[in-house]
Design a protein. Structure first.
Length: 438
């Protein structure tokens, strides 16, 4: 009997290790078909899930309460599973080198509880070779079992886009790979229960490389638009006007300039850069894109200050409000947030900005960043309204509501910084704002 047959017969369980933006939707989806164990070391998160509260907002409280997932922070529960998916984060260190700590720690936990005949699939983003050369030896060492004979491994890159309601697990093609043909077939058969389309790669390394390439490609394209934006600002040209004109061509890619943060595009290219350099190669285009995008926070900060000076506002005492502290719109994820960078850069000027976010969890944000989030309805007397993230709540604001948040600046006008082009430049001008957009 194959892996999927055992799972469907409920003779064994499927376990998901790491219950964040990737793991939780996966666990809930698999629970519609199999017995599922959801494991995470974060006991506070597990407690929330057990109460039916989805802290990621990817699944929703109602769906979470209906899902028959056994949530636990006890690693010994993994011994009940014969198919284990590892979906822990893979960040970078301060020097931008890969931090494999979470994925190796997860491998130790899985290995200590690994049963003969099991399949372990990694979804964490890694550079080519990590699954086979780093994780497999840990599994073998901890379990005393031999990969290929006693258990099998595979890799299936995650394609979760936090906040995206259109491209979810049930709508995207799932890439799968395995340590041999039998593993590949078994892994594909299991994932076919939750994904509409399966793509089988020739090797685990190819699947690992595909994930890095997807995000590096987006990073390069956004970097190009950011480079154009910086050039056009020197020329006095509205970048959004140019981008809309570009979009009329049939093969336009429809990218826009922006602040690139988060756990994928702002991190994954460094894994590609690291492994290539480790093998004696170079990735000048990928590295240049990263450097360009990393520099956009300072570019936005500089223009906030410049616009205040142009309006003859006392910068040191200016009341600046930053709207949107998560890394992207309509999600609570604050990892690698460029908005936080801008907050601290403004502080370096001696400014004490205010921060507003309708999605981030306020208490967690204070614990992680030391920044207090202010309620949207309490903002008033602002010299500058700076919109960094396009949450739906921000998109719904009218010019009249923005005017109530700002204060007349005497000789100059209040500044409206609109990084994501939420508002109309001409309407903002008519409403009395000095407008600047990326």
């Amino acid at each position: 009997m194959g892996a999927v047959e055992k799972l469907k017969a409920r003779q064994t369980a499927l376990a998901v290790v790491g219950l964040g933006y990737v793991g939780l939707p996966l666990a809930v989806a698999f629970a519609r078909h199999f017995e599922v164990i959801g494991f995470d070391l974060n006991e506070e998160k597990i407690a929330c899930y057990q109460k039916g509260h989805d802290v990621t907002e990817e699944v929703g409280d109602a769906a979470l309460r209906e899902a028959k997932v056994k949530f636990t922070s006890d690693a010994s529960e993994l011994a009940q599973a014969s198919f284990i998916v590892v979906a822990v984060p893979t960040p970078v260190h301060d020097d931008k080198t890969p931090d494999l700590g979470p994925v190796t720690a997860a491998s130790h936990s899985v290995g200590r509880n690994l049963q003969k005949g099991s399949i372990v699939v990694y979804e964490s983003t890694v550079y080519p070779g990590v699954t086979e050369d780093v994780c497999r030896p840990i599994l073998e060492q901890e379990s005393g079992l031999c990969c290929g004979h006693d258990f099998k491994i595979g890799y299936s890159p995650e394609r979760i886009n936090p906040g995206d309601k259109k491209h979810r697990l049930a709508q995207v093609t799932k890439i799968v790979s395995g340590s041999d043909e039998e593993a590949l077939s078994e892994i594909a058969a299991v994932y076919q229960n939750v994904a509409p389309s399966i793509y089988r790669t020739s090797s685990i390394k190819a699947a690992e490389a595909a994930k890095l390439s997807e995000n590096a490609q987006r990073d390069v394209n956004i970097a190009f638009m950011n480079e154009l934006s910086r050039s056009f600002h020197r020329m006095g040209i509205d970048t959004e006007d140019v981008a809309r004109a570009m979009d009329t061509k049939w093969n336009s890619l429809h990218f826009r300039p922006g602040l690139v943060g988060g756990h994928c595009i702002g991190v994954d290219p460094y894994y590609l850069i690291h492994q290539t350099e480790r093998l004696g190669g170079h990735t000048p285009l990928t590295l240049a894109a990263r450097q360009t995008n990393e520099g956009m926070s300072a570019f936005v900060t500089g223009n906030i200050v410049r616009e205040l000076i142009r309006q003859k506002i006392d910068v040191a005492h200016a009341r600046i409000v930053l709207f949107g502290m998560t890394f992207k719109e309509n999600c609570p994820d604050t990892r690698n947030s460029r908005a936080v960078d801008i907050y601290h850069q403004l502080e370096s000027y001696g400014i004490s900005p205010l921060a507003v976010d309708t999605r981030a969890e306020a208490a967690s944000f204070v614990r992680e960043f030391g920044i207090k989030l202010r309620p949207l309805n309490e903002i008033q007397e602002a010299d500058a309204l700076v919109f960094l993230v396009a949450h739906q709540e921000f998109r719904e604001l009218t010019m009249a509501e923005l005017q109530k948040m700002a204060r007349p600046c005497g000789e100059g006008r209040p500044v409206l910084v609109d990084v994501k082009h939420i508002f109309n430049r001409k309407e903002a001008g008519r409403a009395g704002f000095a407008y600047w957009g990326l």
